[in-house]
Design a protein. Structure first.
Length: 506
C-alpha cells in the first residue's frame, strides 16, 4: 500500500462522483444555514476560529507507519465557540488548506466539509447539554468516566481489529472477533479502573467545572469525525479502502485524547474569563459573570490567588503538552511531489517523493505521454523514487505519477530542455557509470511561511470586507430612513419617527 491518507482530509480520486456531488450539496446546505442572520459581533469570532482551524493542520505528530502523519482537527473547539456557524469556518479553512498546501483535494472539499462540520455542530449541541450539570461533582465524575471508557474501548477495538485482520492481509476484516476482544471482562475491568482513577484524579486537581464536559466533547468530536470519514471511504470509495480505515482509527486515538484535553482547558478558561463566548448563557448570567470577574480582578484577594494556583494545570500535564509540541513538526500536507532532470546522456530522470519527510513512493506507476496522447514509456519508481526513460525527440512530454490513494502528480518535460541537452552533446565524463541512478533533486522541506501569512491575511481581509459591507449597508438604510423622515407627506406634514408636524409655522 502506497501513500496512505491517514489524515481525515480525503484526497482527489478516492471517492466516486455521486458521493462527491452529494458532499457539495450537503455542504452547501450546511453553509447556507450557517450564513443566516450572522451578527456583526460574530464575524471576528468566526474569522479567528477559522484561522485556528486553518493552522491546526500545521501541527502534526509523525507516525512510524507509512510516509505521513496525523494532525490536530480542532473541529470540536470550533463548534463550541462558533456554534451553528461552524460549517462556514470549516469550508473556508479547508479551501485555504487545499489551495495553499495541497491538503485534501478540490473535488472532495464538499465531503471533507461535511465530515468535519457535522461533528462540530454535534459538539456545540452536546456541550450545551452537558454544561447544565457541570456544577454537580458526581455528574462531572461521570463525564470523566464515560470519556475514558469510550476512548479505552475504541482503542482496544481498533488495535484488535487491525491485529486480527493482519493474517488475511487486511482483506478480511475481523469485526466480530475484535468486538469479542474489546468486551472481554478483563478489558472492561481494566477500562473501568482507568476511568475511575481518572475521575478521582480530575476531582483532586481542581479543574474548572466545565473541563469534564470539554474533555468528553473534544474526544467525541474526533471519534465522530473518524466514523464519518470511514463511512465515506467504505461506502463511497472508488476502490476498497478498508485497510486505510483501520489505520486511520488506530493512529488517531492519541489525537482524540489530546483534543479532549485541549478543549477541556479551553472551555474552562473561557468560562472564567469570557463565558459569553461559550453560549448557553442568558444576558443576566453573562452580566453577572462579568461583574464577578471584574471584582476578582480589581480586588486581587489572597483567596482568589490561592484558588487560581490550585486550579492551575499540574506540572506533569504541562510537561506532557510541552513534549507533544516539541515532538511535533510542521505538517506537510500529505502531497505527492514530482520533478525531473535531463541527464547528460540525454535521458530524462523522473523523481517523486512525499513532502512528509521526503520519503519515496516506491512502486508508484509512471506514465510518459507524447503531445498527441500516445504512450511513450511506462514503468514504476524504484526504492529511491526514480524512473528513467529515453525520449525519442525533443518535444513536450507529459509525465503522470500515480501513487494510489488519490496521490497523483503531473508535470511537463520541456522540449527546450531536451534540445539544449542534445545541442550540448553527450559528456561521458559526467555520466554516472553506476547502474542505479542517484537522486538529482533537492527534496528538503521548506516551511511555508508565505502560505501561512497568505492564509491569515485572506481570512482577516475577508472578515474586514464582510464587516465593511455590512456597515455600508446599515449606513445606507440609516440614510434612507432619514430621507424618508424629512420628506413631506401629501397633507403638508413632515414625518419623524412616530410624530408628525405641519409644514407651516404656528
Amino acid at each position: 500500500m502506497i501513500g496512505l491518507p491517514f489524515a481525515v482530509h480525503i484526497s482527489d480520486g478516492v471517492l466516486t462522483w455521486p458521493w462527491l456531488a452529494g458532499g457539495f450539496v450537503l455542504a452547501g446546505l450546511l453553509v447556507a444555514a450557517a450564513m443566516v442572520r450572522v451578527r456583526d459581533e460574530e464575524i471576528p469570532r468566526i474569522a479567528l476560529m477559522t484561522a485556528a482551524f486553518f493552522v491546526a493542520s500545521l501541527i502534526h505528530v509523525p507516525i512510524p507507519i507509512g510516509p505521513t502523519s496525523v494532525h490536530l482537527l480542532l473541529n470540536g473547539l470550533l463548534g463550541v465557540i462558533v456554534g451553528r456557524r461552524a460549517p462556514l469556518a470549516v469550508l473556508l479553512g479547508l479551501t485555504l488548506q487545499a489551495v495553499l498546501f495541497g491538503h485534501g483535494g478540490f473535488t472532495t472539499i464538499g465531503v471533507n466539509t461535511c465530515v468535519m462540520a457535522l461533528p462540530a455542530l454535534g459538539a456545540a449541541w452536546l456541550f450545551g447539554t452537558l454544561r447544565v450539570g457541570s456544577h454537580n461533582s458526581w455528574f462531572r465524575a461521570a463525564l470523566v468516566v464515560v470519556s475514558i471508557l469510550v476512548w479505552t474501548l475504541c482503542l482496544v477495538y481498533s488495535i484488535a481489529l487491525f491485529w486480527l485482520s493482519r493474517s488475511t492481509g487486511l482483506n478480511d476484516i475481523a469485526w466480530g472477533s475484535a468486538a469479542v476482544v474489546a468486551f472481554q471482562p478483563a478489558v472492561l475491568l481494566i477500562a473501568a479502573i482507568l476511568a475511575t482513577t481518572a475521575a478521582w484524579m480530575e476531582s483532586r486537581l481542581g479543574h474548572a467545572s466545565e473541563f469534564p464536559a470539554g474533555l468528553l466533547v473534544g474526544m467525541t468530536a474526533v471519534l465522530a469525525t473518524l466514523v464519518l470519514n470511514a463511512a465515506a471511504l467504505l461506502w463511497g470509495g472508488a476502490e476498497d479502502w478498508h485497510t486505510i480505515v483501520l489505520l486511520v482509527f488506530v493512529v488517531h486515538m492519541p489525537i482524540a485524547v489530546v483534543e479532549g484535553v485541549i478543549l477541556g482547558f479551553a472551555v474552562g478558561f473561557l468560562a472564567r474569563v469570557k463565558p459569553e463566548m461559550l453560549g448557553g448563557l442568558s444576558d443576566d448570567d453573562a452580566l453577572r459573570a462579568a461583574t464577578v470577574r471584574e471584582r476578582e480582578w480589581f480586588l486581587g484577594s489572597a483567596r482568589s490567588l490561592t484558588v487560581a494556583a490550585r486550579k492551575a494545570p499540574p506540572p506533569a500535564l504541562l510537561f506532557a503538552i510541552a513534549g507533544i509540541l516539541w515532538a511535533a513538526a510542521p505538517v506537510k500536507a500529505h502531497r505527492l511531489d514530482a520533478d525531473y532532470r535531463v541527464r547528460p546522456d540525454g535521458k530524462v530522470q523522473v523523481e517523486s517523493w512525499f513532502d512528509v519527510g521526503g520519503k519515496a513512493p516506491a512502486g508508484a506507476k509512471v506514465q510518459v505521454f507524447r503531445p498527441d496522447g500516445a504512450l511513450l514509456s511506462e514503468g514504476s519508481l524504484d526504492e529511491q523514487g526514480i524512473f528513467v526513460f529515453a525520449p525519442k525527440e525533443a518535444e513536450n512530454l507529459k509525465v503522470v505519477v500515480s501513487a494510489g490513494a488519490g496521490h497523483r502528480a503531473e508535470f511537463v518535460v520541456s522540449r527546450d530542455k531536451l534540445r539544449q541537452t542534445a545541442a550540448e552533446g553527450i559528456k561521458p565524463a559526467d555520466v554516472d557509470p553506476s547502474p542505479a541512478p542517484t537522486p538529482m533533486i533537492d527534496r528538503s522541506y521548506q516551511f511555508p511561511y508565505k502560505e501561512i501569512l497568505s492564509g491569515f491575511g485572506f481570512l482577516l481581509g475577508l472578515a474586514a470586507f464582510v464587516m465593511s459591507w455590512r456597515n455600508m449597508r446599515h449606513l445606507r438604510e440609516l440614510k434612507r430612513a432619514q430621507e424618508e423622515a424629512a420628506r413631506p407627506t401629501d397633507d403638508g406634514h413632515f414625518t419623524a419617527g412616530n410624530t408628525s408636524c405641519s409644514g407651516t409655522s404656528h
